[in-house]
Write a protein that binds this ligand. Structure first.
Ligand code: SF4
Length: 677
């Protein structure tokens, strides 16, 4: 380094890449980020473990080397205003005047229901809170959503429905101390690297039994005590097999199920039409294996069931979580300390986005938006009536309504739906119909290029606030550097916009917003303190469970495609997370976009393919040509392309399935044929 350590400013903050929420030091000289180090000496509340908990002070490659985007030359430094086909730099005042005029015009012409907003779960809690307040009290619209909709919302809805709370019941102390951990279809070494470190610690130090079932060969699968390859896309059927094997072998916790005999009988009846042998043919895991795994999970004194991408980002994600809750319930692993069904969020503040009410169905604190009394409470606190109806649109509905012309103005903060969603959603044509598209982002994104206005926003390193990590722990974000160019923190831009539209907000800092949140959600900032035993799901099992569980376990076989025998999956690479990491040269050096499809070496040999050979990949959505490369993680008949890269546009081969209950769009896997081009 060019500088001595004492010449650099060291700011303790929270990593912005994934839901693990690792603590790190951003070391800066003037406004240049020089390096990232980890606070090894921080102690937690018990005084014997680092506050980072997960990695004992460690950081993954993203946290450690992914900082160069913060002061990148590609950062937006000025507002941009569309003039014909061009986005032209303008002073803030001029751009904001125009934005305000255009929003006012849309509202006057088409009403509040013609305005919608999307925000990234990379924003702070304070900004997320302000966003929903802006949408509801200033624009008067309940059409709003965040990137938590891409998967986490399946967990939140299922957990709230069954257990009454939409958050994880355990912290990472529990994870390391669990005696059995179940992980299905989720490569968390890539999505949540330091959570994976905790699981490794559970395996190596505490001798936990880890059952990892996946259609690819994952890093944790190699270390797990019980790794099994499953057929692609059969994660839901695997859970069916585990519940069935638990019941068949009478491994249930008698005391627990005897409290709700009717519910247990209903669950048994729901599974009566399924046999383990049948599930074995669907999933590729033998009936005996199901029996063995079921025994491990049931007999361990503490078992944790993880809901990562392989559970929640599937077409049946909501039902998958409910099925895991069934499994945890009958084995007596609910309502017990150190047991339960846990979420693993991919973005740094997905839990915060839900807790702050950034969803049409939730108010801050996860109160139901449809609850008139709860709405009334917030209307009074904000001294403004909020939209009375509970018919707000979520992410996919917003895009649909943009396309149909019902929504005329869209405010997008840090999100990039054009690059995130497959072509089947037709985001481009939806955005083209808008009368007003305002994008607020640190970078000029694909969505920004289509916007009428682009407002330069700060990154997490330039602002204060908090994130809520996957444990539900609220963690501080501290300003380490001055804003780049004329960029401003999102809360600052939203406050200016609200006031220009007639509000009288007096926030001068993130602390002011925090003070308001504290008043409305007392105790929120203390979440993550030592956990209490979470209540058993008595109400859920008594009210309506029997009727509901009837349809949960299906005898239908998983859908496959004989003409398209390869399962194409899109997912994360360890060096990348979302789109920010692709702006970090350090991470691009480690993991560049090769533009190649990753395949099983045996499959390549069988098809006569060498590294770099061009193939034609065809799904039901279309076809494209790209090179191939061998990948030891790929099992036969599977292939993979990293979701961070849109070149070539592999994502456009994926079909999108939207969950009927939660509105979560699933597009991680599809069936393709592969032939030499
Ligand atoms: Fe920790 Fe996730 Fe950041 Fe890696 S990306 S340092 S695991 S928070």
């Amino acid at each position: 380094y060019l500088y001595k350590p004492w010449q650099m400013k060291k700011t303790a903050t929270t990593c912005n890449y994934c839901g693990d929420g690792c603590q790190l030091y951003l070391e800066t000289k003037d406004s240049e980020v020089i390096r990232v180090t980890s606070p090894l000496s921080w102690k937690n509340k018990w005084g014997d473990r680092e506050e980072t908990a997960k990695g004992h002070g460690g950081l993954c490659v993203r946290g450690r080397f992914g900082f160069e985007y913060l002061d990148s030359k590609a950062r937006l430094t000025q507002p941009l205003v569309r003039e014909g086909n061009q986005l032209v730099p303008k002073p803030w005042l001029e751009a904001m005047h125009q934005v305000v005029d255009r929003f006012t015009e849309v509202k006057q012409k088409h009403g509040a229901d013609a305005i919608a907003g999307l925000i990234t779960a990379r924003c702070t809690n304070e900004e997320l809170y302000l966003f929903q307040k802006l949408m509801r009290t200033v624009f008067g619209s309940n059409h709003l959503d965040s990137s938590a909709r891409y998967g986490h919302m399946n967990f939140v809805h299922a957990s709230r429905h069954a257990l009454g709370f939409g958050r994880t019941p355990n912290d990472w102390e529990d994870l390391t101390k669990a005696k059995a951990i179940l992980l299905i279809g989720s490569n968390i070494t890539e999505t949540n690297p330091l959570t994976a470190v905790r699981i490794k610690e559970a395996i190596r130090v505490y001798k936990a039994q880890v059952v990892a079932l996946d259609s690819t060969i994952t890093n944790l699968g190699k270390l797990a005590s019980h790794p099994f390859l499953i057929k692609p896309g059969t994660e839901g059927w695997v859970i069916d097999g585990l519940v069935k094997a638990t019941i068949d072998q009478d491994l249930v916790d008698e005391q627990t199920v005897n409290k709700h005999p009717k519910a247990y009988e209903a669950l048994k009846a729901a599974l009566a039409g399924l046999s383990l042998e049948q599930i074995a043919t669907y999933t590729g895991v033998t009936a005996d294996t199901y029996r063995d795994i079921a025994a491990i999970l049931a007999e361990a004194p503490r078992s944790i069931f993880l809901c990562a991408e392989g559970i929640v980002r599937r077409p049946d994600g909501y039902q998958n979580v409910l099925k895991l809750i069934d499994l945890a319930w009958i084995t007596g692993k609910l309502g017990q300390l150190g047991c339960g069904v846990n979420t693993v969020t991919e973005e740094p503040n997905e839990q915060g986005a839900v807790d702050m009410g950034v969803a049409p169905e939730f108010l801050p604190g996860q109160g139901r938006y449809s609850d008139a009394a709860a709405r009334d409470r917030f209307s009074k606190a904000w001294e403004t009536a909020i939209p009375a109806t509970a018919t707000g649109a979520n992410l996919m509905e917003i895009l649909k309504r943009c396309k149909s012309g019902q929504i005329k103005a869209l405010y997008v903060i840090g999100e990039n739906p054009l690059a995130t969603l497959p072509a089947s959603v037709e985001v481009r044509s939806a955005l083209e119909r808008l009368e007003l598209l305002v994008v607020q982002d640190p970078f000029l994104t694909d969505t920004g290029r289509q916007a009428h206005f682009v407002l330069p926003a700060c990154t997490y390193a330039e602002k204060e606030g908090t994130f809520t990590n996957l444990e539900g722990r609220v963690l501080r974000v501290r300003q380490a550097m001055d804003p780049v160019g004329e960029s401003l923190p999102d809360w600052h831009i939203m406050t200016a916009l609200a006031n220009a539209l007639g509000a009288q907000w007096e926030y001068e800092s993130a602390n002011d917003i925090q003070a308001e949140i504290m008043k409305l959600l007392p105790g929120y900032y203390n979440l993550g303190q030592p956990r209490k035993v979470t209540p058993a799901p008595d109400q859920y099992l008594t009210n309506g469970y029997a009727a509901e569980v009837k349809t949960r376990y299906r005898a239908a076989a998983p859908v496959t495609d004989s003409k398209r025998p390869f399962a194409l999956a899109m997912g994360q690479l360890l060096a990348h997370s979302g789109k920010m990491s692709t702006e970090a040269p350090g991470l691009i050096n480690i993991a560049p976009n090769t533009g190649k499809l990753r395949m099983n070496a045996g499959d390549m040999e069988r098809l006569g393919l060498q590294e770099g050979t061009k193939v034609r990949v065809t799904s039901e959505r279309g076809s494209l040509q790209l090179g191939v490369q061998p990948d030891i993680a790929q099992a036969p008949n599977t292939c993979f392309f990293p979701e961070h890269f849109n070149e070539p546009p592999v994502k456009d081969l994926m079909a999108v399935h939207v969950d009927a209950v939660t509105g979560v769009p699933a597009f991680k896997q599809t069936w393709v044929s592969i032939e030499k081009a």
